[in-house]
Write a new protein. Structure first.
Length: 491
């Protein structure tokens, strides 16, 4: 009798993690930028979000975790699961970290919550002689490789598979990608890694309800951290001897395809390699990614209004945005907005804010305490925005050779005159925009400058960018990011 095999999806992910090398210089270069960007996003959250800071720290107040993970920007020492939750949340919370889009969408740097927390804990524990580490060396090189592979798994899975169409949140893929690379990092065998991956598909999965109009709440900011935490738990449960199942996807009636995916099977248009890290979209403003081009277009119109001494609140009669279907689905919101999570996922709010402020949005602009959140002028401008789904822009958005994030914006003035359409195909942050790397580096320096001196920022930068540091232990990198005068608030 033939031995039952694991589902092919599980086998392919395992084979990629263990056996596919990454030789592309662009992939390694982008990985360094992505790591720096994610750390900067985490520091920005620690510095600016009191709401988020309240959920940081040990689950049990004042508990001591020997040889634990050092949460950047704080003096917390955490177990790897809570560390993964906190860092994943810090990276994601202000909606400023990178993104990739397809039939679904997601933020691959979310995975660094699990990767860095696990690696740092393993590194410190091994140095203290508490554990005998049998996985890959816990170096900067290993972190960058894990980053590339987690990005690839999450990104390739979402290109043609719409989890949102089944009510499932995209962080299911953070859990998948993080489980796979964390299993490899902790030293699990190939068989054990498939067991851990199988647990992902048997797990319960978050619903998108907390991202949708009427129920949008801050959980969308910690959902990624939750997925990172669960990934670490599944890898450690497997390490402790818990077996997996061979066919959690394809089992009739009870498997994921039948129970949660409408009977459909996954489609993967690309083999796992390094496509995702090479095509990642960096967010240079803290807005939902599908709004980047519209905000950029609005800023062009802002200059025209300034040149003509016109006032956006008084002189605009109508704003027409043509964009892709995904933008319409995710961030086309009318009616009252109840919190920051609601506002940064509302295209009308983003565009109205840009016109009235005359500058790019900042995290503070979405808070309840912001004057914009209660501005009747902004509410009035939101009502003047019309969003039109454009078939060509949608096709170019889905085309893997183009990956446009286009939006076109026309503005009608009070007297009936229409300003020419401003069409942005590849906003700053997109890999095809030549300004992206420069602006992302500026963003990193700006975010890190919130808590660190120029010399400290340069040391952190060198640790990541200097190829000679690839053999340095990850704990040394995270030591650079400790702040003893940082977060102390708790639930």
């Amino acid at each position: 009798m033939a031995t039952q095999q694991y589902d092919q999806i599980i086998i392919d992910i395992k084979n990629y993690v263990f056996h596919i090398p990454v030789s592309s210089q662009k992939a390694w270069s982008n990985a360094r930028i992505a790591l720096l960007d994610a750390i900067g996003c985490a520091i920005e959250t620690v510095s600016k979000s009191s709401d988020c800071k309240r959920i940081f720290g040990p689950i049990v107040r004042n508990s001591i975790i020997p040889h634990g993970f050092r949460l950047p920007g704080t003096n917390y020492v955490l177990d790897p699961m809570k560390g993964a939750f906190d860092l994943g949340t810090a990276i994601r919370y202000l909606d400023h970290n990178d993104a990739i889009a397809g039939a679904d969408w997601g933020h691959p740097s979310d995975n660094l919550g699990a990767i860095l927390a696990t690696a740092d804990w393993l590194c410190r524990s091994a140095e203290a002689g508490v554990i005998s580490h049998v996985g890959p060396p816990l170096t900067m090189n290993t972190i960058l490789l894990a980053l590339i592979k987690a990005y690839e798994i999450q990104g390739c899975m979402l290109l043609r598979n719409a989890f949102n169409a089944h009510g499932l949140d995209h962080v299911i893929l953070v859990k998948l990608a993080s489980t796979a690379v964390v299993a490899w990092m902790v030293g699990l065998s190939e068989e054990q890694t498939m067991q851990a991956i199988s647990q992902v598909w048997m797990d319960g999965h978050p619903l998108r309800v907390y991202r949708q109009k009427g129920n949008t709440i801050p959980r969308k900011g910690w959902a990624a951290g939750d997925a990172c935490c669960k990934a670490v738990q599944l890898a450690l449960l497997t390490q402790a001897g818990q077996p997996g199942s061979k066919t959690p996807l394809t089992m009739p009636q009870w498997g994921f395809y039948s129970a949660s995916f409408g009977g459909s099977e996954f489609e993967l248009p690309k083999k796992y390699g390094n496509w995702v890290i090479e095509n990642i979209i960096f967010k240079v403003m803290p807005v939902e990614g599908h709004g980047l081009s519209s905000v950029e277009a609005a800023m062009v119109h802002v200059e025209t209004l300034r040149e003509r001494n016109l006032n956006a609140g008084e002189d605009i009669r109508k704003i027409v945005i043509r964009t892709n279907a995904a933008a319409d689905l995710i961030i086309n919101k009318t009616g009252p907005l109840t919190n920051a999570a609601d506002r940064d996922h509302c295209l009308q709010y983003l565009v109205g804010l840009a016109f009235l402020k005359g500058a790019l949005p900042e995290p503070e602009d979405f808070l309840d305490s912001s004057p914009w959140s209660s501005s009747t002028i902004l509410d009035g401008l939101r009502e003047k925005v019309e969003i039109v789904v454009d078939a060509k822009l949608t096709d170019e958005y889905m085309d893997l050779d183009i990956k446009s994030l286009a939006a076109g914006m026309r503005v009608e003035l009070r007297g009936g005159e229409w300003l020419d359409e401003v069409l942005i195909h590849f906003p700053i942050g997109h890999g095809k925009n030549k300004k992206t790397e420069e602006v992302v580096r500026e963003k990193f320096h700006r975010n890190m400058g919130l808590m660190f001196s120029r010399e400290e920022v340069e040391e952190t930068l060198g640790m990541v960018e200097d190829v000679g540091n690839e053999g340095r232990m990850i704990s040394g990198f995270l030591d650079l990011l400790v702040r003893n005068d940082g977060v102390s608030s708790k639930l």
